[in-house]
Structure formats: structure tokens, C-alpha cells
Design a protein around this ligand. Structure first.
Ligand SMILES: NC(=O)c1ccc[n+]([C@@H]2O[C@H](COP(=O)([O-])OP(=O)(O)OC[C@H]3O[C@@H](n4cnc5c(N)ncnc54)[C@H](OP(=O)(O)O)[C@@H]3O)[C@@H](O)[C@H]2O)c1
Length: 402
């Protein structure tokens, strides 16, 4: 069997995890023969001879026949992938921002150069979600996909709910454990999950949706009052990504949601991710596992390397043209007195509390209206899950402590 010479670009958290796992699996006919990194003065745990500091040198090496791209810069990553494909070298990457922002271009490049790009590690760490959708669900019609797609924010929320540490301490913990992106705003602002959602939408619905078209906000606007409201109503807050097919239109959102203990996502903690797929034939299925970190993501990358060795490629369906829907969602909205006017944008309000410092309403509002509201500094919104109707509204009543 042919032995693959791998050129590894990026030797940080995921690059090192991948390298370690490849060493631990000598039966895989592949070897890392060159590693490109950025900083020539950084200490490396391997022989210096392996490293180069210009990725172009690695790509131009004719002995390299498989490129594993694991850097933290999406624009450079796209240049690397494009060049590798032009040279006929298959690529494995975990860069969700790069993949989601360039997916149609990547599909065209793969067709043009008959060379595959695989990116399982880009979506939900160790959960084999793209393979599952591509292979297992080929004969089903998926109507919705939702879940916890970001390990570091789930870790932060778990720590805040369980151990009462501050937001800053919990974020530091996620960074120390290697779950967080180099730019933490991608995680806490809810950008990272929408990159993943847009990749999944292309695989499930055949629809190219640039991540900029998906409404998102993150956990960085949650404050003490929001957490108090959740705890007093026996709810947790989870950052969820959701895509639902509704009457031929696609409803897409990434936002913090209140979930109750009946929801399987309530029980997904720390850096774990979870994906709930709803299919016409399979019904509802839950996949869960570690969504970030060196070895879990390294494993997904290694599994793609094995897939390239086995001649695997993704099966993309022809582009479909579904409209994005502007449906109403049930929300909790916390605001300060000077932003009282935002409550007029609601379709209906089921509960209103006015406090000295902060007030809130529960009610339904269109996604397009939320888009402008959520940018306001003194406002935060948490989506109520559909199970809310099962809880009596009275049970959700709560007044902030001060
Ligand atoms: N961390 C996770 O849990 C996780 C999970 C899923 C996906 N990912 C994705 O995996 C990728 C890597 O993430 P990471 O956490 O491993 O990042 P990281 O720890 O920050 O490491 C980044 C690596 O890229 C190298 N690099 C940056 N720019 C480069 C360039 N122009 N040329 C060559 N090397 C360059 C850096 O070199 P130096 O060593 O010289 O600084 C470093 O080795 C990202 O796309 C991320 O979104 C990460």
C-alpha cells in the first residue's frame, strides 16, 4: 500500500494532537515529513529539522502528497488549500471559518483539480457529523439540525452554572485547556457555531448560505440578571445553533437559549458538543462528544487522513435555492429603561416586569427585528425553547433581586 508523506501546516493545539495520534497509530500508512509553522523562535517538542517557516516551501516539496492544514488564520488557510489543490495534493483542514466562507469555491476547486478536501474536524470536534450526514443520511430527508456546536462557550456556561465562577475566570479556563479560538470573540460572540452551521446546511439542504447571512449573538452579553432568571426558573442557558426547514423556507439562528431539564441539551456539559438531527425516517437522533481540544479534534483530523487514504470524497448535492425565513421566535428580552421602546417591536408579550435597573419581557418577535435590537448595548435576548409552552407561564415569572 502507498505510504503518504504528510506536510503539516500549523503545530499548535490541534496540530500537536494530530501528530501525537498519528504516532500512536503506526498501522496508518502516513508519516509527517515536514511541518510549517510561523514563529522561528518558539521552542518545539520535536527535532528542529522537521520545521520550516514558510508554508510555500512545504507545498512546493514534490515528496509531499497530502497537506494537513491546521493554522489559526482563515485567509492564509484558504490560500494554502487553493495552492495545494492546484498542485493536486489532497487537503485535510479543521478551519471552519475558512471552509464556511469559501465552501462553494472549495467545491469548484475540488471538481477542477479532481482532488479532495475533507474537514470533519471543523465541525463539532470529535463528533463524526459530516460523515454521518454524507453517508448515513443519504436516503433520509433531514428537516432540522440543532445543537451545541461550540466547546469553549459550553465549558464557560457550565462553569458559571455549576461552580459560580465569574465569566472572566471561566473564559480563562477554556483558553488554558486549548478549547478557545485564538480570537475568543469568535467563540463568545457566537460566530464559530454559525460557521459550522453554514457548512452543515450545505451538506444537508444543498444550500450555500454564507455565514454572514445567519443571525447570531453569543454569551458575551449575558449578565448576572439573566443567569438569576434562568436559575430561578430551573433553566440553563446553552448557546445553540439551529437550522429548520419550515414550509419550504430555512430558519437559521445561533443564539443563547433557555433549556429545561427535559431537553437532552440541558445535560450536555463542559467542552462537550451535541447535535440533534431530525429526519423524516430516522426520527430524532442525538450525537454527542468532545467538541474541542487537542486530541478530540486531532482524532477527527486523523480520521480524515485515513479517509483520504481510502479515496473518500464528500458527496455534494446540486445547489438548492431555499428562501431564508423571517419567522417569529419566543424570547426573553432584558433591557434598561431608556430602551423601553424595543418592546413595541414585539408581535405579542406574555409577561412584562419593570425593575429599577433592568426590566424584561417574554414574548414573540420576528427574527429580522431581533437583528437590530441585539446590537444595542443595554439589551440582551435569550430564546425560549419550544418546550416553554409545556411549562406554565406563571412558573416562569421572576423579578430581579434588585
Ligand atoms: N483548538 C480546538 O479545540 C479546535 C477545535 C476544532 C477546530 N479547530 C481549528 O483548528 C485550527 C488550528 O487551531 P489551534 O487551536 O490548533 O490553533 P493554535 O493552537 O493557535 O495553533 C496555530 C498554529 O498555526 C501556526 N500558524 C499560524 N499562522 C501560520 C502561517 N502563516 N504559516 C504557518 N503556520 C502558521 C502557528 O505557528 P506558531 O506555532 O509558530 O505560532 C501555530 O503552530 C483552527 O482553524 C481552529 O479553528 C480548533
Amino acid at each position: 500500500m502507498k505510504k503518504y508523506n504528510i506536510g503539516l501546516i500549523g503545530f499548535g493545539c490541534v496540530g500537536q494532537g494530530f501528530y501525537e495520534l498519528l504516532q500512536a497509530n503506526p498501522e496508518i500508512p502516513a508519516e509527517v515529513v515536514r511541518i510549517a509553522v510561523k514563529n522561528p523562535t518558539k521552542e518545539r517538542p520535536l527535532n528542529k529539522e522537521l520545521f520550516v517557516f514558510e508554508y510555500e516551501k512545504l507545498l512546493g516539496d514534490p515528496s509531499i502528497d497530502l497537506v494537513v492544514e491546521l493554522i489559526d488564520d482563515a485567509e492564509t488557510a484558504f490560500r494554502i488549500v487553493k495552492k495545494a489543490l492546484q498542485l493536486g495534493k489532497p487537503v485535510v483542514t479543521a478551519n471552519k471559518k475558512m471552509v464556511s466562507e469559501n465552501l462553494d469555491a472549495l467545491i469548484s476547486l475540488q471538481d477542477k483539480y479532481h482532488t479532495p478536501v475533507l474537514y470533519e474536524g471543523a465541525v463539532c470536534g470529535s463528533i463524526p457529523i459530516i460523515q454521518t450526514i454524507d453517508k448515513y443520511y443519504k436516503s433520509d430527508s433531514i428537516t432540522s439540525i440543532k445543537g451545541i456546536f461550540n466547546g469553549s462557550t459550553n465549558y464557560i456556561l457550565t462553569k458559571i452554572f455549576d461552580t459560580k465562577v465569574s465569566y472572566e475566570e471561566a473564559l480563562k479556563g477554556a483558553q488554558d485547556k486549548g478549547f478557545a479560538e485564538s480570537d475568543p470573540a469568535l467563540d463568545v460572540g457566537g460566530f464559530d457555531p454559525k460557521y459550522k452551521l453554514s457548512i452543515l446546511i450545505r451538506h444537508i439542504f444543498g444550500q450555500a448560505v454564507h455565514p454572514d447571512r445567519i443571525i447570531n449573538w453569543g454569551i458575551d452579553k449575558l449578565n448576572k440578571e439573566d443567569f438569576e432568571f434562568a436559575k430561578n426558573n430551573n433553566l440553563k442557558i446553552k448557546l445553540l445553533a439551529k437550522a429548520e426547514l419550515q414550509n419550504g423556507t430555512l430558519s437559521l439562528i445561533v443564539a443563547p437559549h433557555f433549556v429545561n431539564s427535559k431537553d437532552p441539551l440541558y445535560h450536555i456539559e463542559n467542552e462537550n458538543n451535541a447535535v440533534i438531527i431530525e429526519g423524516a425516517y430516522a426520527g430524532q437522533q442525538l450525537l454527542t462528544g468532545k467538541g474541542a481540544g487537542s486530541l478530540p479534534t486531532g482524532l477527527a483530523v486523523l480520521s480524515d487522513v485515513q479517509a483520504i487514504i481510502d479515496n473518500a470524497t464528500y458527496h455534494y448535492s446540486a445547489n438548492s435555492f431555499l428562501m431564508l425565513s423571517d419567522n417569529s421566535v419566543e424570547v426573553y428580552l432584558r433591557y434598561s429603561s431608556q430602551s423601553e421602546f424595543v418592546t413595541e417591536l414585539f408581535d405579542n408579550i406574555s409577561e412584562k416586569y419593570m425593575g429599577k435597573k433592568s426590566s424584561y419581557v417574554l414574548g414573540s418577535i420576528k427574527l429580522s427585528k431581533l437583528k437590530s435590537i441585539i446590537k444595542m448595548a443595554d439589551v440582551n435576548v435569550v430564546i425560549m425553547t419550544s418546550e416553554r409552552s409545556e411549562l406554565q407561564t406563571a412558573k416562569l415569572s421572576y423579578s430581579y433581586a434588585s
